[in-house]
Structure formats: C-alpha cells, structure tokens
Design a protein around this ligand. Structure first.
Ligand code: GL4
Length: 823
C-alpha cells in the first residue's frame, strides 16, 4: 500500500514566516535581509518539525524499542533547510509559499552556512547514517560535539591554501534546541581515592578534579516521509558556576580559573585531520567530554523506564565511529561500577554486549595511541579501569595460547595488548570491549582480518563483520540533482527514494536512444550549472561540452591527487608537441582541503593551482584542457559537483582507501569511475560491470607484496620512461614557479627516501603508464556518444547497493537488532 504523503500546512508556514520576521527583527518583509528571511523561514520550518519530533518521542516512550547511540567526533551534516524540506515532503508547498511572499527559495537556501562538524568521509557517513536511521524508522541518537568552529573555510591565495575560521554559529542556528535541563558534569584530572562504603563495598572516588558542565543542543534528524524525527545531540562545554567571592579566600582561585579555561577551550574547534591523529591533549579531553556526557545520558534515560541496569544492552547499543569515542568502553564500566554498584563481571557483561566498533582506516598515522602518563593524568579512574581490562585480557591471551605448539605468546601479547610500550591503544580497547568489529568495504574488512588485525581475528573471529558503506540518495540525488531525480521518477516511479534497489529498473532504458539523450541532456544542464559556479568563484570559463573529470575529496598522499596533476602535465606536453593530434577537450576539476599542518598536501594544492595557471593561459592549448581548483570544497558545493561529473576519479593506492563514499555519490549521478581496485570501488565495478568503469593500476595484493619487500625503485621508471622523466623534471625546472625549489619536496618524495618514507611510497610512478592509458580509454569512449550515455545511465541504474539505507539495515539485522518504530 502506498503511504500518504505527510501533511504540510502551507498557509500556516507563510504566516509563521511573516510573524517571525516581525518578532525576531521588528521589520517588514520588504525590509528584511536575505539572512533574516532565511532565519524566519527556518524557524517556521522548525515549528513544523517539532510536532513530528514530539510525536516520535511519544511513540518511542510507548513502544520502548531498542535504540542505537551513534557516537562520533564528527557529523558532517551539510545544510539542513533544503534537506528538511525534502524529507518532510514539503519542498513544493514551501517553494510556493515563498514565491507568494516574493522570496526566492534558492537564495534562502544559500544563506545557510554549511554545518561542517566533520573532516570528510567519516563525518559525512555519520550524517548519511542518521538520515537512513530516521527514514527506516529506527530510534537513534547521534552523539557528538558542538564545535564552535567546524572544518575551516579554505581560501586560495596566490595558489596557496589559507585556513579561515568557520564561524557557522555567527547568526545562531535556528534548528537547534538548547537543553539546559539535561546538562551533565564531566570530571578531569585529580586522583582516585579508595574507600569502603557503609555496606562494606570497596569504592573508588575521583577527587581534586576539574569539572565542566556539558550542555546538550539537540538537532532534529527528519526521516523521509514517515514523520520520524530522531535527535543529533551535540554537547557544548560551560564553566561550572563556582567562581564565587569566597572561593578566592579559600585559595581555590587558581582552580576556578583553570576550570573556566578548560570549559572555554574544550569545544572551540574541530581538529582538521583526516586519516591522521595529532595526539593533542585537548583532543583526548574532547573525547572524554562528549562520551561521558552521552553515556551518563543513555544510562539515565534507560533507568527512567527500566529497573535492571544489568539488562541495559537489551535496549541500547553504542556504535563507536572509529576509535575516537572508545573511552566509552571504560566510561560505561566506570558508571556501572561506581555509580550503579555493579560488580566487575556484571559491568563487563553489559559493556561488551553494548559496544560495537567500526574501523575506518588502515593508515598507520591514523592509529590512535595515547601516552600512558597523559591518559592517566587526565583520566585517573578511567585509566585504572583500562589497566584492569588489559590485565584480564593479557591473562586470557596467556591462557589461550600458552603451550600451543608454534605460537609465540609474547608476540601475541605485543600485538594485542591494550597497554603496551607505555601507550594506550584505543583500537585494541574497542575490539576487546565490544562484541562487533567491522570494516567499511569488503576489501577493507578482508585486509583487517588477514593483516592489520589478524591476531584479533584469529582469537575472536565471531566479532568481525563487514558493512560496506553507503550514502543517502535523498541528499545526493533528490536534493542535489532535481532534474535527474524527476527523470528517474518519471521512468520508474518514486520508490527509489526509499528503496534504491529500484534503480535497477532503469537498466531497461540503457539502449533506449531517447532515454540516453534525455540522460545526457540533464548531465549537460548540470554541467552548465557548475560552469556558472566556477565562473563566479574562480573567474574561469569552462566548456560544458568538455569532459568533466572530477577529483574531489580530502587531500592526502594516498588519494594521489599528485598522480592526477602529473597526468595533466603530461597531457599538456602531449598537446604542445602534437598540436594537430585529435584531442577531446577535458576539464579537470579538483576540490580538496589539506590538514593545516600537512605540508606535502598543501604543496600539492599549490602545484594544482600553478599547473592551472600555466595550462589555462597557454594559447597553444586553446582550451583543450582546463584545470579548475574549486575553493572550499564542502557538502553544499559537492552537491553541484557530483551532479555535473562525467568522470569520477577514485585513484587511491590500492589497499589504502578503506571505502570511499564520493565514488558512490558520483556513480549515483551517472559519472563513470576511473579508479583502482581499492575500497568500495571493487564493489562498484562488481555492480556496474567492468565494461562500464575504467580500472587501472596495481592491485591491493601487489601493493602489499611490494610493501612487504621494502617497496620498489622509482628511479628505474624515471630513467626508462621519457614521459615520466619529462613531467618530473618540469616540477623543478621553473615551468610552474619562478622558484625552482618550490616543488622540489614533491619531486623528492617521488624519487628519494624522505624522513624514512620509502621513495614513492604511494606507487604514483608505478601506476603512471597504466593511468595514462585509462585516461586515453576515457577520451575514446566519450566520443562515442551512445556508448558513453549507456555507460553513464548504467552507473546510475546499478547504484542500488550503495544506499546507506542498505548499510543501516545490515547493521540492524546483523549487529544492532533494533526494533522499528510504528508511527
Ligand atoms: C575514512 C576513509 O578514509 C574512507 O575511505 C571511508 O569511506 C570513510 C567512511 O568509512 O572513512 N576513514 C577516515 S579516518 N576518514 C575517512 O573518510
């Protein structure tokens, strides 16, 4: 049976906007600025959302379903206004209402800052998961931090990245609700006192600590068309009010100041590192801060309607998004024992049955390890608990392996202990303290089992499982690409919005000439839309008829933006030396933020811009290639970019990209993957067929084999391949900078051992020829209009598996076992 669309009262909305303009700003509609009109509209929309939010709460209280707490340092939500309209099925009435008020919906949407409380894929995945949880009707809480400054705004000045603070809260956030009444206290430092209580129990008490007040802000997460509204609860830190006059006399002045400083620093800023841990003390404080507040909340919420805390896990599950929230294991143990008087064994039973861990990367520099002294000083009681978990676990390793022939027990301990070499290994704590460990794509999970976490897998294979990532089609097709969304609906109906496997029905149109034409016309419209954006923001004119070849993602050496730009340089040389050779015009589009302290990444951005300057302005090139670096890549412009992509560059060194999700967003929008057999690319190719993707380069097995044998010698390639030699020499011969030494570090990385990193550790030169050849195949394929249209259409038609709805349903069926809310 077809569900009725949600009701939306257009006239009420209209009146509400007018009323808000008046009461918020004391202005008439004509006087209000665009920002004020956005705010007034957003408050009006929130009004409609809150009704659903309250109903969801009420139903959840009645039905008492099992719920998931998705704990994450990052939620890269992107703008809420348009997405909420979509999921409330209110886009049309709101557009009409605003039209009648003489307000342009697009302009309004553009007034909203991107909430960017995340770095990249990991944070965006969390956002897609929340969307799917609501849409599938599961009760879920996102738990995170309300950073005052999210991911920095990127400016490009003279080709260099400059980081500018992201002041997203400047005008307030109309969608949030501050929940003062749910504030919690979180304690840091001091020491632990042991004592015997009146009932003869040994108890532990933290004393001499600093305390901050954690204040939650709730954001609604609206499900698509079902009236379900879940909550993303993000925490802000405030000083405890103890700064009274008499504390001065008591000698607490110093402490009061410190506490106040701690509170003001805690939630200031998101660490802008992706796939890399800086290991800063404040970061550990952030982790414990939001975890302690969240776990306290979860226990209290459960006990409001349940008696037996030992059954907590029957109604609750914690999913730890990477190791960042892993102190949850010890914090749950602490609260269960110290506040709720459970024994160690009882608490351990609850904890392991509650916690689950997702691994998102195998990059060594992303492995979270904390120095024991720092950890102990900051979290003395938590450290005691971790120490005891470790002691028992090491015991277990010894019991299990001592006396087994051919097994080196000490080696097992070395590789698996939670405390080792004076470090706290967070991944090990997460694995031992929970019942599920998952990777984020088939290949990634395999690598975890066979290599990275091999010893754990052998000891506890039942914990390991794969959950291939997914993305929400509501944001990345329905909202990002209305033309294509309408076209799909016209062809196969609108069930795809909540069931992406329906897209398969489009396969029937793969050879249909009219459908192909329509599909490519829509692509062209979207390319024109992006071209406009590029002209406005970059001042570069690009030809919408050229191939839009897109690589947008965080800048990281393993993602190999350098391989891409070296290939562009080669193409440039090729056109210069063969001016009459037939060459189909291409526009290379880049977008990437580099972590502020990541010099090689920042230099790569400069190189891309330097190449762009040379290539775009060389009359010999005559527009055959253009290079564009889109400033400040973020969710809102990503939506424009995905819709316009012809080619999706997914060229990471095989084995390094755990999954990738941009690859899925582009596939959904009919872009063809040019990639290595890495992460989820493997599964994308599996779904769409090899003939509808362009695959090149070393396999993950080959890469890992080289790595085991100490790498390879890129000098051999440099000396034997004149193309490579020429391109590399141009990095240091003044072509792209008057300062010939500027790009020397990149040149050196490729050819020499630098700081104990192997020469060309990401196999750029090794994959170079094969990459060029794949680029050539693309240009050829594109010129066969019918063939390309069919390939592109088949990519959209084959993306069904990559919905985050599918991923979430797998988590529910195999790990979380949640109950669906009946609305
Ligand atoms: C990441 C991976 O690098 C990326 O491949 C994956 O898609 C994403 C979500 O699982 O997680 N891991 C880290 S760290 N940052 C990411 O984006």
């Amino acid at each position: 049976m077809k569900k009725k669309p949600l009701k939306f009262d257009k006239d009420l909305f209209k009146r509400s906007v007018q009323y808000n303009v008046k009461t918020l700003y004391r202005k008439t509609m004509e006087e209000a600025t665009e920002q004020e009109l956005y705010q007034a509209s957003a408050y009006a929309l929130k009004d409609a959302i809150v009704d659903h939010w309250m109903t969801t709460q009420k139903k959840a209280a009645e039905q008492d379903p099992k719920i998931v707490y998705y704990m994450s340092m990052e939620f890269l939500m992107g703008r809420a206004f348009g997405n909420n309209l979509i999921n409330l099925q209110a886009y049309k009435p709101v557009k009409e209402a605003l039209d009648e008020l003489n307000i342009d919906l697009n302009l309004i949407e553009d007034q909203e800052p991107d909430p960017a409380l995340g770095n990249g894929g990991l944070g965006r995945l969390a956002a897609c998961f929340l969307d799917s949880l609501s849409t599938l009707g599961y009760v879920a809480y996102g738990c995170g931090i309300r950073y005052k400054y999210g991911m920095f705004r990127q400016k490009i000045q003279d080709g260099y990245q400059v980081e500018v603070p992201d002041t997203w809260l400047e005008n307030g956030n109309p969608f949030e609700l501050r929940r003062n009444e749910y504030a919690k206290e979180v304690k840091f430092g001091g020491y632990v006192n042991m004592y015997t209580d009146e009932r003869g129990r040994t108890m532990f008490k933290q004393e001499g600590y600093q305390v901050v007040r954690a204040v939650p802000y709730d954001l609604p997460v609206v499900g698509y068309g079902n009236g379900v509204v879940n909550t993303l609860r993000i925490w802000d830190a405030e000083p405890i009010q103890c700064f009274q006059l008499d504390s001065f006399d008591k000698g607490d002045y110093q402490k009061a100041v410190e506490q106040e400083n701690l509170a003001s620093q805690l939630c200031e800023v998101l660490y802008p590192n992706d796939n890399h841990i800086a290991g800063k003390e404040l970061r550990l404080k952030q982790q414990y801060f939001f975890i302690s507040a969240s776990v306290q909340t979860a226990l209290q919420r459960y006990l409001k309607h349940h008696e037996d805390i030992r059954k907590f896990y029957e109604k609750n599950v914690f999913q730890l998004n990477d190791t960042h929230p892993t102190v949850a294991v010890a914090e749950l143990m602490r609260l269960l024992m110290d506040e709720y008087y459970l024994s160690w064994d009882e608490a351990w039973d609850v904890t392991t049955k509650t916690c689950c861990y997702t691994n998102h990367t195998i990059m060594a520099e992303a492995l979270e390890k904390w120095p024991v002294d720092l950890f102990q000083r900051l979290l003395p009681r938590i450290y005691q608990i971790v120490d005891e978990i470790n002691r028992r676990f090491v015991d277990q390793i010894m019991r299990q392996y001592s006396g087994s022939a051919g097994i080196d027990v000490q080696a097992k301990i070395r590789s698996m202990a939670i405390l080792y070499d004076n470090q706290v290994k967070m991944a090990h704590l997460a694995i031992v303290g929970g019942h599920s460990v998952n990777g984020v794509a088939r290949l990634h999970t395999e690598i975890l089992e066979k290599r990275e976490l091999k010893d754990f897998y052998e000891m506890m294979p039942e914990k390991f499982n794969n959950k291939t990532n997914g993305i929400t089609q509501r944001r990345f097709l329905l909202h990002a690409n209305p033309l294509l969304a309408d076209w799909v609906t016209e062809k196969i109906g609108d069930d795809w919005i909540v069931d992406l496997s329906q897209m398969e029905k489009l396969k029937a149109f793969a050879d249909d000439k009219k459908a192909q034409q329509e599909f490519m016309d829509i692509k062209l419209q979207n390319k024109k839309r992006l071209a406009k954006y590029i002209l406005k923001h970059n001042g570069i004119e690009v030809d919408p008829k050229s191939i839009f070849d897109v690589q947008v993602k965080r800048l990281h050496e393993y993602k190999r933006q350098l391989l891409n730009i070296l290939q562009v340089i080669h193409k440039y040389n090729d056109i210069k030396t063969h001016p009459n050779k037939d060459f189909y015009p291409k526009t290379y589009i880049f977008g990437a933020k580099a972590a502020a302290g990541y010099l090689t990444a920042k230099l790569t951005i400069k190189l891309i811009n330097a190449v762009a300057d040379v290539v775009n302005n060389d009359p010999d090139i005559d527009g055959k290639i253009k290079v564009v670096f889109i400033e400040d890549y973020k969710v809102s412009n990503a939506e424009l970019i995905f819709a316009a992509a012809d080619v999706s560059e997914q060229i990471s060194t095989a084995s390094k990209e755990a999954s990738g999700t941009g690859n899925m967003k582009m596939m959904l929008n009919g872009a063809i993957t040019l990639g290595t057999l890495d992460g989820a690319n493997v599964e994308i190719v599996n779904e769409v067929g090899e003939e509808n993707a362009f695959i090149f380069g070393l396999t993950s097995q080959e890469v890992m084999d080289y790595e085991r044998n100490g790498g390879y010698n890129p000098m051999d390639i440099y000396n034997s391949n004149p193309n490579v030699k020429k391109v590399l020499d141009m990095l240091v011969d003044g072509t792209f900078s008057n300062d010939r030494e500027l790009f020397r570090p990149l040149y050196n990385c490729l050819l020499n051992t630098v700081n104990s990193n192997k020469a060309d550790q990401y196999f750029i030169l090794k994959d170079f020829e094969s990459y060029l050849e794949a680029q050539k195949r693309i240009s050829d394929a594109y010129q066969d209009k019918k063939r390309w249209a069919k390939m592109a259409l088949l990519n959209t038609a084959s993306c069904g598996k990559f919905s985050s709805d599918r991923t979430i349903q797998e988590y529910v069926d195999e790990v979380w076992h949640l109950d669906k809310l009946e609305m």
